[in-house]
Ligand binder design. Structure first.
Ligand code: HEC
Length: 228
């Protein structure tokens, strides 16, 4: 009986582990594409928000979703609804819910607007908070930066991520300003790292908020941990 179980399960186990790694990396990438696209939609509304001119129409769920899905298509090179693998479908649903929740929570503030009243990074942090919770600990997505350039100390990597091995690896990438995206395995988990660069609007706004940076320089990273 025992031997039979081994004969049956061993090949299964061997077959499962590499497949699982691919799956985790695909989940991490889906989260990166989806959140970057959603954040780009909020980025596109900055002028209106800063001028107090964003309207209820701009924030209508259909308007936001169609802009979001178009941005996703540009980043991922496929339709928002195209993936049929269960973990990706789950990511899609979780992101959609989180996006809706953030907009509902901040709709009045966004419409009221004012200089830097609702910045992209704040939106993304709120999105990730709700999304991470909805995924029940299976994934953890955060956006952070090296210590010397944090606008918000709560976004320090060691505040957002508990695992000290992952914190050490990500800190090293951040401190050297690594500009290549990468995916690494940590035991049963896969960690994706997607760096950002400072463009003019980022530099102008960060300077208004007390942080001087150069256009083109490293501007932080989104980190996605998949698995427990
Ligand atoms: C309209 C203003 C504004 C724009 C535009 C903007 N940021 Fe920020 N950014 C902020 C503020 C304010 C925070 C702190 C938000 C918070 O956590 O409350 C922040 C936070 C961040 C963080 C999180 C870590 C930290 O410092 O707290 C990163 C990373 C970041 N910004 C990168 C960028 C990049 C890259 C761009 C351009 C592609 C950009 N930002 C555009 C205002 C802006």
């Amino acid at each position: 009986m025992r031997t039979w179980l081994l004969v049956v399960t061993l090949p299964l186990l061997l077959a499962v582990s590499p497949a699982r790694a691919v799956e985790q990396a695909a989940v991490a990438l889906e989260i990166q594409h989806s959140s970057a696209a959603a954040t780009a939609v909020i980025g596109g509304l900055q002028e209106k928000i800063n001028a107090g001119k964003a309207t209820a129409t701009d924030l209508a769920p259909e308007a936001l979703r169609s802009a979001w899905h178009a941005a996703f298509q540009r980043l991922a090179n496929r339709g928002f609804d195209a993936a049929t693998e269960a973990p990706l479908v789950e990511v899609r649903a979780g992101m959609d819910r989180a996006f809706g929740q953030v907009i509902d929570t901040y709709r009045a503030d966004i419409i009221k607007g004012g200089q830097d009243a609702f910045v992209p990074a704040f939106f993304r942090a709120q999105l990730f908070e709700r999304f991470n919770q909805a995924m029940g600990g299976e994934v953890r997505a955060v956006t952070t930066n090296r210590r010397a350039e944090l606008l918000n100390g709560d976004s320090a990597v060691d505040r957002l991520i508990q695992d000290s091995e992952i914190v050490a690896a990500i800190s090293a990438l951040l401190e050297k300003g690594a500009t290549q995206s990468e995916t690494r395995k940590f035991g049963n988990r896969t960690v994706g790292y997607w760096p950002m660069a400072i463009a003019q609007p980022c530099a102008s706004c960060h300077e208004r908020n007390g942080l001087k940076q150069q256009v083109g320089q490293f501007g932080g990273a989104t980190v996605v941990i998949v698995g427990r």
